[in-house]
Design a protein around this ligand. Structure first.
Ligand SMILES: [Zn+2]
Length: 152
């Protein structure tokens, strides 16, 4: 669509296809730059697209408006090992409904404030904010654990 939008969005491996606004929410539809993916089972590269079921994730706000991204969720068929695999995008954790940077931002803010307060600011329920907080906490604990193991 416009390289300016891709530049502002600053997420790897994707481009902005359309940009719409509904009731103060910016909605960007994204496309993946790569034609295919590497099969995680046998490392064969495949471009045999089986299906695409896009999902919407929330990203950090821009220009004072909340931002939703419609991201492709592409499933490929690998002819070499005859298995189907769903592509993962590196800026959204598996099965999450928000970008990593959105969740990291909420995690930091909750530490400075409270789950209730951030929930009010973001229009999210207590459980949603707590779910995000716990997820980021677990991810970071895992990463610290992996680094420590690597050092020994
Ligand atoms: Zn394969």
């Amino acid at each position: 669509m416009s390289f300016h939008l891709d530049y502002l969005l600053d997420l790897p491996g994707v481009k902005v296809e359309t940009c719409t606004q509904v009731e103060g929410t910016i909605c960007l539809k994204l496309g993946v730059l790569a034609e295919g993916m590497t099969c995680p089972h046998c490392q064969n590269s495949t471009e045999d697209l089986h299906q695409n079921r896009p999902m919407t994730v929330r990203d950090l706000p821009s220009f004072g408006r909340s931002v939703h991204l419609q991201i492709p969720r592409r499933q490929f068929y690998c002819s070499s090992c005859q298995r189907y695999s769903t592509e993962r995008l590196e800026f959204v954790d598996w099965k999450r409904r928000h970008t990593q940077r959105y969740e990291a931002n909420l995690y930091e803010r909750v530490q400075q404030s409270s789950i209730e307060q951030i929930g009010r600011e973001e229009g999210l329920s207590y459980d949603e904010v707590k779910g995000i907080f716990d997820h980021v906490y677990q991810q970071r604990k895992k990463r610290v654990g992996a680094n420590q193991t690597a050092q020994h």
